[in-house]
Design a protein around this ligand. Structure first.
Ligand code: CA
Length: 324
């Protein structure tokens, strides 16, 4: 991987991470991953990434806009901005890379001799993470999920790191702030950054394979708020009301067991009771059959739902989180 920008010079530098990718239509070709480095003297470093999944747009838009508009004089330390971490996936409008099928957030810690996606992950772990104090990795629901807009931190064994991550997630100022117990973080950027001792914040800001005015505004404000919180960007945190949600266990998730047309029965953000029907799955092959109900595994707020009109067995149909 060859960066075309310096990491240790003052100023704002737009360039690329250039990753060799030899193929039929480009013998000595490269994957070009846009990057912007903003540095102003010594101080902490923030690594801000969008497009970890290529069909989630709030992060890439907010990171691109911030790179475009930030004045280096307002920075103390350094901000490393990568709007599309899985650049081939973002260019294709897909969750995973069209080159190798790689799901970036299942590819960490990566492999410098692996596929394109594994090489990107390895370079992040080996080169970018050691530079960073704070990591903000933007996600949204992509083409198959839609979320209430939230920033999140994970429950971590180190209490000081746990508190620092939770404080940064609250500072983001999304309408909801979530504490997540990750049962299996294998392959995720989150776990790689957390095990490296970083302050790590992630988000889920809408989804359905598109950006919305409200969720993009939340992403832009949250990016600035986290940098101000980290003493990297000048200014005042834009105060915003945020409510806390917990995702404590597997009962939060409802998975489809039949295929068909999904009829949602409650909107995102609705309060639901344990066992309540959240949606019906109607068969498409014939009339005269009962729909299959999709029920809440616990009481709480409907925090995410499956998006396309058709649903398959195994699809995540709904997420119910618990207000704190
Ligand atoms: Ca995602």
């Amino acid at each position: 991987m060859t960066p075309t920008v310096p990491f240790d010079r003052d100023g704002k530098f737009h360039g690329h991470l250039r990753l060799p990718y030899s193929r039929d239509d480009s013998a000595w070709g490269h994957v070009m991953i846009p990057i912007c480095v903003v540095r102003n003297g010594d101080g902490p470093t923030a690594l801000v990434t969008g497009g970890n999944h290529g069909d989630e747009y709030e992060g890439p838009i907010a990171v691109t806009e911030f790179a475009h508009s930030v004045n280096p004089a307002d920075v103390s330390g350094r901000v490393i901005l990568i709007p599309g971490l899985n650049a081939p996936a973002l260019a294709a409008g897909r969750r995973t890379s069209p080159i190798d099928g790689g799901n970036m957030n299942r590819s960490f810690p990566g492999d410098p001799r692996g596929t394109v996606t594994q090489k990107i992950a390895a370079w992040v772990v080996n080169t970018l993470l050691p530079m960073a104090d704070i990591v903000l990795d933007f996600h949204s629901g992509g083409r198959t999920l839609d979320f209430l807009p939230f920033a999140a931190s994970h429950v971590l064994p180190d209490r000081a790191q746990d508190a620092a991550c939770a404080a940064a997630a609250r500072a983001f100022g999304a309408p909801w702030t979530v504490r997540m117990l990750e049962i299996d973080d294998s392959g995720m950027f989150d776990g790689a950054a957390e095990r490296a001792g970083k302050v790590f914040v992630t988000t889920e800001l809408g989804g359905a394979g598109m950006a919305r005015p409200k969720t993009v505004a939340i992403a832009r404000r949250g990016l600035r708020n986290v940098l101000i919180h980290g003493d990297i960007l000048a200014g005042e945190i834009a105060a915003a009301e945020t409510r806390s949600l917990d995702m404590p266990d597997d009962a939060c998730f409802t998975f489809a067991e039949t295929a068909g047309m999904m009829e949602p029965l409650v909107p995102l953000g609705a309060e639901v009771a344990e066992g309540q029907e959240l949606a019906l799955v109607w068969p498409i092959e014939a009339t005269g059959r009962d729909p299959a109900p999709l029920r809440a595994g616990r009481a709480g707020l409907l925090t995410a739902r499956h998006v396309p009109g058709l649903i398959q067995p195994g699809d995540c149909a709904a997420v119910v989180a618990v207000p704190v």
